[in-house]
Design a protein around this ligand. Structure first.
Ligand SMILES: NC(=O)c1ccc[n+]([C@@H]2O[C@H](COP(=O)([O-])OP(=O)(O)OC[C@H]3O[C@@H](n4cnc5c(N)ncnc54)[C@H](O)[C@@H]3O)[C@@H](O)[C@H]2O)c1
Length: 434
């Protein structure tokens, strides 16, 4: 199969490289000329475990190409995937579909022969219908099938998730299109990955329903964590105690500072908007959004409580800025709420992140960026772990203690054990544990 991938961000690059690895011929297209130049020169513009090798192997095999120009690849494509961004629209939380529609207009002017137009971007219910209308207007003669194929990969484990997904969801009604989609995902088909064919609107909704459920699950355990602190229980044991129940499941039950990232915040807002517009408001998700927003901001108070003092004039060392480990993505990271809230209370912030510093510099003001965790701890009155990068799990704690002004740690990811930390002489606060 010949594939054109419009948009070469986290999703477009990983999906394109994985489709090439499945044996298809893929051209990844992006308007960002720097990104494409970097890829053409053998670099990878995102930090993610694995794409370097995957990209290099498939480029070498002559299956993976990069271009700023869509025309040639789209004309020869069996399937054109749209994997551009769908950020929150300012003001009302609806998904901003301008990139999706611009890509569809461009593709409509180019397609030749029977072509699938597949949305990989997360798009609200009805977007496929709009894309179909664009094609009818721009190219009434075009032989296209508009398909929904939402992506469920997680940053930090994107290739693994793409190649070994729990399921693939395809919203399609056209029989010819169904066969092309089956062929594209054939290696997964052979692995017996469930491939769910649904109507297009259902497929579009599945993506939002999944993300909103996960956001709600995180928010639920976070509220249980607060209750644990109030009544002297341990949230990790509660999570295990409920997670072993198959009806609940153990994943996404790690209490922390609140969810963030490139998907959950914008997708929950967009679902709330869609539901309201449809006259079927989702109060559970509206509450989830509200509780999570408040939680991220409240984390600065938790830090203040750890020293039982005003934060004004104190130095806070921060470990981890990205929204999860193993990515350089800072979109809607909890650190973007927590760090300014610490600064608003008068704290000076010095921070280290293994991969996110470049992005973080554009988004955070007055932070001193450090080159390793020990630098971030040096002279600090409090050390706050915001993101659970593996390298923070095995810190030389005796060295950290000597470097700090006073040995106070606020571990928002429950990496360390309270008893151990106290035995080592730290004043230690975590989430939902006595
Ligand atoms: N990041 C994730 O973990 C993830 C997971 C599942 C689904 N998604 C969804 O996938 C979509 C893409 O997300 P992302 O994180 O990859 O975004 P991204 O911002 O990393 O990448 C989008 C890319 O599209 C390019 N682009 C925009 N308009 C274009 C056009 N007309 N032609 C060519 N290129 C164009 C941009 O330059 C950018 O490089 C979103 O809808 C998102 O919700 C993301």
């Amino acid at each position: 199969m010949h594939v054109a991938m419009i948009g070469t961000g986290y999703v477009g690059l990983v999906s394109g490289a994985c489709f090439a690895d499945f044996g298809h011929t893929v051209t990844c297209i992006d308007k960002d000329a720097d990104k494409i130049a970097r890829l053409q020169a053998g670099g990878v513009p995102i930090f993610e475990p694995g794409p370097e090798t995957l990209v290099a192997q498939n480029v070498k095999a002559g299956r993976l190409f990069f271009s700023t120009e869509a025309s040639e690849a789209v004309r020869g494509a069996d399937a054109v995937f749209i994997a551009v961004g769908t950020p929150s629209r300012r003001g009302d939380g609806h998904a901003d579909l301008s990139y999706v529609y611009a890509a569809a207009e461009e593709v409509a002017g180019l397609v030749e022969g029977f072509t699938l137009v597949v949305t990989k971007s997360t798009v609200p219910v009805g977007t496929g219908d709009e894309i179909e209308a664009i094609f009818k207007r721009v190219r009434p003669d075009a032989d296209v099938a508009v398909v929904s194929n939402p992506e469920f990969l997680r940053e930090g484990a994107a290739i693994e998730d793409f190649k070994r997904p729990d399921r693939v969801v395809v919203g399609v009604t056209d029989d010819r299109a169904r066969e092309v989609m089956r062929e594209l995902y054939r290696p997964l088909y052979l692995n017996e990955t469930p491939i769910i064919f649904t109507g297009r609107r259902t497929s579009e909704l599945i993506k939002y329903a999944a993300n909103a459920f996960l956001a709600m699950k995180i928010t639920y355990i976070n509220e249980i964590a607060d209750l644990c602190e109030a009544v002297g229980a341990d949230v990790q044991q509660v999570a295990r105690g409920i997670g072993l129940d198959n009806r609940i499941g153990g994943k996404f039950l790690n209490a922390g500072p609140g969810y963030g990232g490139s998907c959950f915040p914008k997708d929950t807002l967009a679902l709330v908007r869609t539901a309201r517009d449809a006259g079927a408001p989702m109060e559970l998700i509206e509450t989830t959004v509200k509780v999570n927003d408040a939680r991220k901001k409240a984390m600065a108070e938790k830090v203040g409580r750890a020293v039982e003092a005003e934060l004004a004039g104190l130095t806070v060392g921060v470990l981890g800025l990205t929204f999860i480990p193993n990515t350089d993505d800072m979109r809607d990271a909890p650190s973007l709420d927590i760090v300014p809230a610490l600064q608003a209370r008068g704290a000076k912030v010095q921070a280290f992140d293994p991969e996110g510093t470049h992005e973080a510099r554009q988004l955070l003001r007055d932070v001193v960026f450090k080159s390793d965790p020990y630098d971030a701890a040096e002279g600090a009155d409090i050390l706050v772990i915001i993101t659970e990068w593996d390298q923070f799990r095995a810190l030389d704690l005796d060295r950290i203690k000597l470097l700090m002004n006073r040995p106070v740690m606020v571990d928002l990811r429950n990496i360390y054990k309270p008893d151990d930390m106290r035995a080592r002489g730290f004043t230690y606060t975590s989430v939902g544990r006595a």
